[in-house]
Design a protein. Structure first.
Lengths: 197, 93
């Protein structure tokens, strides 16, 4: 064994000694970087919201977005139910819950697209004001994350349909779930600071 | 890749349903409170508290941070703390 290989092996063993799964550890580190990413956008939005309040904020519809929030919360529930299903070895249950998650995620994006088009008709655009810029940047990036989650969910569903995942081997489902729940948490925060406060 | 065994304290399906029910109820409460004409000094801390509670429930139970390794919790909370401080500085300036 070369010295490099021995060092790598030692590092790997150290990770195991901490009781950490490397795929999950990598996912959590990725999510930590995502916290910083959204943190910067949220801080900028709050700065403009407090220091340059816009009357355009009154055009936002709490009931519509509240319903969309229910949809995303429900999708988090279906993801965790899918994980519970595959932990019991029920691949069919996992596939059904993943399909539901995809439908709910798509419904959320459809609701967001409707909201965006309504605001555009009212003259709130990406270029119209500081409010428009910060609002569409923040919610748009979140929507892109939901879309990425939909692609990931579809890929996980396809792998499950091809016979992957079992009660003993479901790490791929678990890390997808971590990402999806994180996107849900970000929306919980955005719903509060954009629409409620 | 083989997943880690499920932690002993990981919730069962009925536990997930209970958490979902609480999250849905809190969201309904938020939408109802938004219809009330409350002063900003009242509604802001109420909404922030509800939001913090909801996010904590998702992280603790759906992401299993309550029962998983404390290292994951640390990795997640450290940048959250940095962002909160950064946000406060942005608001003060």
């Amino acid at each position: 064994m070369t010295q490099d290989a021995a060092t790598h092996s030692g590092t790997f063993a150290a990770g195991r000694a901490l009781g950490l799964d490397h795929l999950k550890l990598g996912t959590w580190l990725f999510l930590a970087s995502e916290v910083m990413f959204f943190g910067g956008l949220i801080a900028a939005f709050l700065h403009y919201k407090v220091n340059s309040p816009s009357p355009q904020a009154g055009l936002l519809s709490v009931p519509l977005v509240g319903a969309n929030t229910f949809v995303l919360l429900t999708s988090s529930f279906t993801v965790v139910q899918g994980l519970a299903a595959i932990r019991r070895g029920k691949r069919g249950g996992l596939m059904a819950y993943l399909a539901l998650t995809i439908l709910l995620g798509a419904a959320f994006l459809a609701g967001q697209a409707y909201e965006f088009s309504s605001l555009y008709r009212e003259g709130v655009t990406l270029q119209s004001s500081v409010f428009g810029s910060s609002f569409f940047t923040l919610t748009g990036f979140h929507g892109m994350h939901v879309f990425t989650g939909l692609v990931w969910a579809s890929s996980t569903l396809l792998r499950a349909a091809r016979g992957h995942y079992s009660a003993e081997d479901h790490g791929g489902v678990e890390v997808f779930g971590l990402y999806w729940h994180f996107v849900d948490i970000v929306w919980i925060v955005l719903f509060t600071i954009i629409y409620l406060v | 890749m083989t997943a880690e065994p499920r932690p002993a304290s990981s919730p069962r399906r009925s536990g997930y349903l209970l958490i979902y029910g609480i999250l849905a109820a809190l969201t309904a409460a938020e939408i109802w409170i938004a219809t009330l004409s409350l002063a900003a000094a009242v509604r802001t801390p109420v909404f922030l508290t509800l939001s913090f509670f909801k996010a904590s429930l998702v992280a603790a139970f759906f992401m299993h941070l309550k029962s998983d390794s404390r290292y994951y919790l640390l990795i997640f909370l450290l940048p959250v703390a940095v962002v909160v401080v950064f946000g406060l500085v942005m608001l003060i300036r």
